[in-house]
Design a protein around this ligand. Structure first.
Ligand code: IPD
Ligand code: CA
Ligand code: CA
Ligand code: CA
Length: 264
């Protein structure tokens, strides 16, 4: 890995720990909670504060980089040219508010659209997932073993119940047989953590119908570096500038699910 990326990696890990400490303090304080697009789309003062923290650091340290952040304090990104950071200050805000756990900071750093660095930091459990292109994925500094193929009958798949009930994005009959055939299903409410869990082998796959780039940017680099596959539900590459369905999986399982279960 080039010196320039090593320097960026050191900065990010340092900033993540600083942000994590701030979030720990905030968990003891009263939150200001607001809604965004609809009544279940929540944001807190902490989401905003943490996004501003990272953007200020990045702008000061790497003034020629661009930043896309969920809460809108970053740049308006129209192309992936150059170095682009994609940040979700708190992924799993509903969990942050209701459970005070099961949320993470997610960061992906891309160069001309190629994922170079990926981070998911589970602040409460102090679990830092880091991926560096070509070097692999790590959990708290320990290399994650390369993901091995598995079959649906032995797979634990993360999937929100919404997608097997009446909804706008997919016929509930498509994923129901997969839910039945899998060894088990889970839902954690944080896309970044669910992707990190696939990278770490705690889950075998994760399927969801609509995520924004900041939800999956960090996890994308992580899963790829662990030997997993990240596409949309139909096996196509993800668009880093738009909303996507997301299908993250161990190898083998990805092909089996696409072939036997997924049809438009
Ligand atoms: C949400 C989480 C959740 C996913 C939602 C996202 P947020 O992100 O990743 O798991 O199902 O679609 O919006 O808003 O908590 O950062
Ligand atoms: Ca949100
Ligand atoms: Ca998110
Ligand atoms: Ca968020």
């Amino acid at each position: 890995m080039q010196e320039k990326w090593k320097e960026i990696d050191e900065c990010v890990q340092h900033w993540l720990k600083e942000a994590g400490a701030r979030i720990h303090t905030a968990l003891e304080e009263k939150l200001t909670i607001e809604t965004k697009a609809h009544r279940n789309d929540l944001v807190t003062n902490v989401d905003r504060e943490i996004e501003r923290f990272f953007i200020e650091k990045i702008r000061k340290t790497f003034p020629d980089h661009h930043v896309l952040g969920e809460e809108g304090f970053g740049d308006e990104i129209k192309t992936l040219q150059g170095v682009v950071w994609i940040i979700d200050p708190i992924d799993g805000t509903m969990n942050f508010i209701h459970q005070k756990r099961n949320f993470a900071i997610s960061i992906g750093v891309f160069e001309n659209g190629v994922g170079i660095l990926g981070y998911v930091y589970d602040v409460v459990h102090d679990e830092l997932y880091v991926a560096r292109k070509g070097e692999g994925a790590f959990l708290n500094g320990k290399p994650l073993p390369r993901l091995e193929p598995v079959s649906v009958s032995e797979a634990v798949i993360s999937l929100n119940a919404t997608w097997v009930t009446e909804n706008k994005r997919i016929d509930p009959k498509v994923l129901a047989p997969l839910v039945k055939a899998a060894r088990g299903t889970r839902s954690y409410g944080s896309a970044a953590l669910e992707m990190a869990y696939v990278a770490a082998g705690r889950l075998d796959a994760y399927i969801t119908m609509r995520l924004s780039p900041w939800d999956f940017a960090g996890g994308l680099v992580l899963v790829q570096e662990a030997g997993g596959i990240v596409t949309n539900l139909y096996g196509e590459p993800l668009d880093l500038l738009g909303k996507n369905s997301v299908f993250v999986s161990k190898p083998g399982l990805h092909e089996e699910i696409l072939q036997k279960y997924i049809h438009r």
